[in-house]
Each structure stands twice: as structure tokens, then as C-alpha cells.
Design a protein. Structure first.
Length: 296
């Protein structure tokens, strides 16, 4: 699961884009970071620790393989492979959803059991997990794999955050407390928020509710400070493993040594040049003096 280093990495990759997307809203970079931790926190941290480039990490941020069953499970479209195939272009979508699962599972062991079953596929797409229930109304978003484009996925996330804010009746707010951010997250997950229940709302993972997990991730995100001024290199360049970054730093340090030495020698050369010039001028003065003594 995500730790402070993962949250810092996320900000180092995406903070400038997030700041632009949330301008004029009561949302924060920490709030968006917490959503990424909550929605796909079992995927992208593991992928980035394995040294994958950011573009590939975004492609592999898929999940949720739960189908409908006799005892419960998924209730939204598509409940299973058969229902997906009945939809327009459902066969193409299944291929994408199936391939996404297989590719992601090659890096994430927890999904290998599902990937081994030929009828299993992913229902959630993108680092913020847009659910496949929206395939009928927005098929191109899924078929064109726009979920792998961070800006496109972020736009969907922010739009849903705004909708959640409106459902609670807080659309006029210009800022949010931590508790209010968690409330918006619960409405984001369930479509509503009940103040009487506090954080114990949303998906229950067997240990904690969505609201409780989100509140914890929000504090994690706030502990990982990343100055916007530092977010200049390309995303893939900033995705280098720590070992590679240290090696690059050592190489740069070794290359810098001759330059420093050269800089120190420059004044010495100038001083030597001045001495040489002075030495050349001195004899001429002496010769002039001797010539003067010879005169009658």
C-alpha cells in the first residue's frame, strides 16, 4: 500500500497538472493525491518501485475484477463477461479489459489468480478508476484508452468531485477542512454523505470503510510536501528509480570536479600573465637607464 515516498512520487509527477485542474475550486493537491492512493494504491506504488516509466504505470492502472454472483458481488453494468459482450462494441471492450488485467497482473501478484481465469476482466480504468458502467455512455473514453492519459483521467476525477460537492450542498464553499474533504470523498464513492455516520461510510474492505481509508490517505498525502517549483523534468524522467538517480548524481559530481579545478587555475594564469608582462617591461626600463648613463 502507499507510503509517504509514494505520495511524494505522485506529486513529483503530477502536481503541476493537478494545480491547474483544481484552480478555482476548494480542492487541493493533497485531496487528489489521497484519491489516487485510495483508488489504485495497490497498483501504481508497486509499479513505480519496479522502475516502470510513468506512461506505462498509467496504462496499467486498471482493477476491480469482481463480477456478479448468486450471493452478491457487482450490481452495475456489466455484471459479467456475457453482459459486456451484449453491448455495442462490447467485444472490443472485453479484449481491452482482459488484456489490461493480464498485463497488470504480470507485475502485481495479487491479481494473477483472476488473470488465470479466461472470463475475468477489469471494471475500473485509470489511476482514479472510472468504472466500466460508463462504457455505454462514453465508449470512446475506454476504447481509445484515454484513461491512460493522466490529464484526461484527472478531468474525470475533478468533474466527479465537483458533482459530489454539489450533492452535499457545498458548491459555494471556497475551502474545505480535512473532515469535509473526506465527506466529499464518501459522496464520490457512494453518491451521498450522511453526517450522522461520519467516516464509517462507503465501500467496506473487511476492515475499514472507504471514508476511514480516505481520511488516512489524506493525512499521508499532507505529510509528503513537494514544491511546485521542483516539478520541471518530464514525468518519465522523474520516474527513475532511486538507485538510478543516485548513480546519475555521482556521475554529475565527478564531471563537476575538473570544472572547479579549472576555475581555480584561471586566476593563477592571469597572475602569471601579469608577471610575464611585467618581466618583459622591466628590461626595457633598465636598458633605457643604461643608455642614459652613457650619454656625455
Amino acid at each position: 500500500m502507499p507510503n509517504a515516498q509514494d505520495a511524494f512520487w505522485f506529486k513529483s509527477q503530477f502536481q503541476p497538472a493537478i494545480e491547474k485542474a483544481i484552480a478555482g475550486t476548494p480542492f487541493s493537491v493533497d485531496m487528489v493525491t489521497a484519491f489516487a492512493c485510495q483508488e489504485t494504491g495497490e497498483i501504481w506504488p508497486a509499479l513505480r518501485r519496479q522502475g516502470l516509466p510513468t506512461s506505462r504505470i498509467l496504462e496499467l492502472c486498471v482493477g476491480d475484477t469482481i463480477d456478479a454472483s448468486a450471493t452478491g458481488g457487482r450490481r452495475a453494468f456489466p455484471k459479467n463477461k456475457a453482459e459486456l459482450l451484449q453491448a455495442a462494441q462490447g467485444d472490443r471492450m472485453f479484449e481491452i479489459a482482459r488484456r489490461g488485467l493480464v498485463d497488470m497482473a504480470s507485475y502485481i501478484p495479487a491479481y494473477r489468480g483472476a488473470a488465470a481465469r479466461p472470463d475475468k476482466f477489469c471494471h475500473g480504468f485509470g489511476i482514479f478508476q472510472l468504472d466500466l458502467q460508463f462504457f455505454k455512455s462514453e465508449p470512446d473514453y475506454f476504447l481509445s484508452r484515454r484513461y491512460a492519459d493522466f490529464d484526461a483521467a484527472l478531468a474525470k476525477c475533478v468533474a466527479e468531485m465537483k458533482s459530489a460537492l454539489k450533492r452535499i450542498g457545498w458548491q459555494a464553499k471556497t475551502s474545505l477542512s480535512d473532515a469535509e474533504m473526506a465527506a466529499v470523498a464518501i459522496a464520490y464513492n457512494t453518491g451521498r454523505y450522511n453526517p450522522a455516520k461520519g467516516l464509517k461510510q462507503g465501500y467496506f474492505d473487511g476492515s475499514k470503510y472507504y471514508g476511514e481509508n480516505y481520511a488516512a490517505y489524506l493525512q499521508l498525502a499532507k505529510s509528503a510536501r513537494f514544491p511546485a517549483a521542483e516539478a520541471a523534468p518530464s514525468r518519465d524522467a522523474r520516474a527513475l528509480p532511486i538507485a538510478a538517480k543516485k548513480a546519475a548524481a555521482k556521475t554529475a559530481a565527478r564531471k563537476a570536479v575538473p570544472k572547479k579545478a579549472s576555475a581555480k587555475k584561471a586566476p593563477a594564469k592571469k597572475a602569471a600573465a601579469k608577471k610575464t608582462s611585467a618581466a618583459k617591461k622591466t628590461p626595457s626600463k633598465r636598458k633605457a637607464s643604461k643608455a642614459a648613463t652613457r650619454r656625455p
